[in-house]
Write a protein that binds this ligand. Structure first.
Ligand code: CA
Length: 230
């Protein structure tokens, strides 16, 4: 589990969404005190820590974690998030034992890459399930090769179509609305019409569904969005 300590709700939400999309379990708390409690209850495999919290300095939390008597807590990898880009903060964070440092504004995709890198360095990259192909009723989606097959036949998806399909497929039965999918697949764009998602879903269905008019894999949840049925 990755614990995200961030008081800005929009950032906490998008970071946890991206981490989940990448195959991690992620939980967000918005106060230092909640983080301390969560750390006491079950040590996360990695901590994403905002430096400015309403009730506590992130660096104090980091210091506390590093000095913790809990076995393993000292070694918990930490990625610090901060709006401060000053060298002094960077050095303070790293000296205090942060494993990496991301300055806001950052791309959530970049943060996910840093998480993977830090976990790999910590010898603990196994929690990312993103490497395994998904096989569902004749449909096979391989994230390593980005090849999609239906009954052994390769189907040519565009990069965006693949990302959209993968986002849905790796969270089976979870319903995503179009705004969430825009955020997850297209990134931060306020200028894209949510109808774009509809168009892409239609194209993917034409490529992967046996009967695109009665889709079995990418199912419409009326009034909400879409979900993947394995
Ligand atoms: Ca903050």
């Amino acid at each position: 589990m990755i614990l995200v300590v961030e008081d800005e709700a929009s950032i906490a939400e998008v970071v946890t969404l991206y981490l989940r999309r990448a195959g991690f379990e992620a939980t967000a708390v918005n106060r230092g005190a909640d983080a301390v409690r969560a750390l006491d209850e079950s040590p996360p495999e990695l901590l994403v820590l905002d430096l400015t919290l309403p009730d506590m300095e992130g660096l104090d939390l980091l210091r506390r974690l590093r000095g913790s008597p809990e076995p393993g807590a000292e070694d918990t990898p930490v990625i610090v998030l901060t709006a401060r880009s000053g060298e002094a903060d960077r050095i303070a964070g790293l000296e205090m034992g942060a494993d990496d440092y991301v300055v806001k504004p950052f791309s959530p995709q970049e943060l996910v890459s840093r998480v993977r890198a830090v976990l790999r360095r910590a010898g603990n990259g196994s929690s990312g399930r993103q490497e395994n192909p998904i096989v569902a009723n004749g449909l096979r989606i391989d994230p390593r090769t980005r090849i999609v097959e239906v009954d052994g036949e390769e189907r040519a998806l565009t990069a965006r179509e693949f990302d959209l399909l993968w986002t849905l497929a790796r969270n089976p039965r979870q319903v995503f609305n179009r705004d969430q999918l825009l955020e997850l697949v297209w990134g931060f764009t306020d200028f894209i019409d949510p109808g774009t998602v509809t168009v892409h879903v239609r194209r993917i269905r034409e490529k992967i569904e046996r009967d695109p008019g009665a889709p079995r894999h990418i199912v419409t949840v009326w009034g909400v969005g879409y979900r993947f049925e394995p």
